[in-house]
Design a binder for this molecule. Structure first.
Ligand code: ADE
Length: 342
C-alpha cells in the first residue's frame, strides 16, 4: 500500500503504532462516551434498534468524511451494540477475488465487515461485491475458456460498513448498494474541548481550561489530531514543566511543534506559500502543486486541502487552486494585484 506521508507529523493521515495504542486507550467504546456527531449517532441508533426488533442484521452502511473524524470508532461501537464481531480491513488489501472470498466466507452470521479506504477497492472486485451485498452470494469462476465453471458460494448475512474520504470516487451502483450513507463532518469547538478533557482524564494529566482552548484551536476540529496534540503537549509538560498542562506550556509546546494559532503546520503553510509566491496566487493544478511542494496528490486532497478550504484560505476553481485574500493576510504577504483576489 502507498505510504501517504511521514507519520511523525501531527496531521499525518496514517495511523501510527502510537495512534493505535492511543486509540485503544482513548477511543470511546459506547455511545455514552462518544462526543459529537449527534445526528449521525441518533440515526444509527434508530437503525440498530429497528433491526434488533426485526431480529435482522442492520443494512450496509457507508461513511464518508476526512480522516480522524471517527468512521472506525463509530463502526466499532456499532458492532459492540449489535454484540457481533467486527473484521477491519483496508480496501487496497483485497487484491484478488480469492482474498474477498476468504474474508467473506470467514464471517459469521450478523458480523460487521469494515472496509476502510473503500474508494481504493480494486474495480474487478466491485462486480463480485454486488451479489455478496444484495443476496449474500459469491459467484466464483473456476478455470478458463470453454472449461470455465461458475460456483455459487452462500455467505452468512453480514453487514458491510464502507468508509471513504472520497465519496465521489465510488461508482453510483456501488453507492446505491448501501442502505444508508453518513457524512462525518468537522466537530464543533465545544465537542473537541470535551474530547480533550475526557482524554486528559484518561491519560491522568491535569490540564487548565485555557490550555484546553488552545489545543482545541489547533486541532483542525478533528479528534485524532486533538488527541495527538494533547499527547505531544503532555510530553512537553512532563519534561519542561511540572506535569500539569498550563496555558503557558500549551503555547510553548505548539510553538515548538511549529503549529500556528489556526492549527496550520509547516506543510499547510508551504502549500499556501507555493501558490502565492510561485504561481502568483493561482490558479494552479493539483499535479503541479504536488510537484512544487513534494507532497503526494492524495495527501493534498485528503489532509491539506479540506482544512485550508474550510478556513477559506484556498478555493478550487475549474482551472486549479487559488489562494484567497485571507491566506495572504494570514501569512502576512502583500498582494501585488489585489483585483485578482477572491
Ligand atoms: N476520542 C476520539 N474521538 C472521540 C469522540 N468522538 N468522543 C470521545 N472521545 C473521542
Amino acid at each position: 500500500m502507498k505510504d501517504l506521508s511521514s507519520p511523525s507529523r501531527p496531521f499525518s493521515p496514517k495511523l501510527t503504532e502510537e495512534d493505535k495504542t492511543l486509540d485503544l486507550t482513548l477511543r470511546p467504546k459506547t455511545w455514552q462516551d462518544y462526543i459529537g456527531q449527534e445526528k449521525v449517532k441518533k440515526n444509527i441508533q434508530i437503525i440498530i434498534q429497528a433491526a434488533k426488533k426485526r431480529g435482522e442484521p442492520i443494512e450496509h452502511l457507508l461513511f464518508y468524511g476526512g480522516s480522524g473524524l471517527g468512521k472506525t470508532t463509530i463502526s466499532h461501537i456499532i458492532a459492540k451494540e449489535l454484540d457481533t464481531n467486527i473484521r477491519v480491513i483496508a480496501g487496497p488489501v483485497i487484491e484478488k477475488i480469492g482474498d474477498l472470498a476468504a474474508i467473506l466466507t470467514n464471517l459469521n452470521e450478523g458480523d460487521v465487515l469494515f472496509i476502510d479506504e473503500f474508494h481504493r477497492l480494486n474495480r474487478l472486485i466491485e462486480e463480485f461485491i454486488y451479489p455478496a451485498l444484495e443476496d449474500f452470494k459469491l459467484n466464483l469462476i473456476l478455470g478458463k475458456g470453454p472449461m470455465a465453471r461458475t460456483m455459487e458460494l452462500k455467505l452468512p448475512r453480514f453487514t458491510l460498513i464502507g468508509a471513504t474520504t472520497r465519496l465521489a470516487l465510488l461508482s453510483a451502483p456501488l453507492r446505491n448498494r448501501f442502505g444508508a450513507t453518513f457524512q462525518l463532518d468537522y466537530y464543533k469547538k465545544e465537542d473537541i474541548e470535551k474530547i480533550i478533557q475526557r482524554s486528559s482524564r484518561l491519560l491522568r494529566i491535569e490540564i487548565e481550561p485555557d490550555a484546553v482552548k488552545i489545543i482545541t484551536q489547533c486541532s483542525r476540529f478533528t479528534p485524532r489530531t486533538a488527541n495527538r496534540l494533547l499527547k505531544r503537549v503532555r510530553d512537553f509538560a512532563q519534561v519542561e514543566g511540572k506535569g500539569k498542562i498550563t496555558k503557558d506550556i500549551a503555547e510553548k509546546a505548539l510553538k515548538f511543534l511549529e503549529i500556528d494559532e489556526l492549527g496550520l503546520e509547516s506543510g499547510d503553510r508551504k502549500i499556501l506559500e507555493v501558490i502565492i509566491k510561485k504561481f502568483e496566487g493561482g490558479p494552479v493544478g493539483l499535479q503541479t502543486l504536488s510537484a512544487a511542494t513534494s507532497e503526494e496528490e492524495d495527501t493534498i486532497l485528503d489532509i491539506y486541502e479540506p482544512y485550508l478550504m474550510q478556513l477559506g484560505f484556498i478555493e478550487r476553481t475549474p482551472r486549479g487552486r487559488t489562494a484567497t485574500k485571507l491566506a495572504y493576510q494570514h501569512l502576512g504577504i502583500k498582494c501585488k494585484n489585489s483585483q485578482k483576489l477572491l
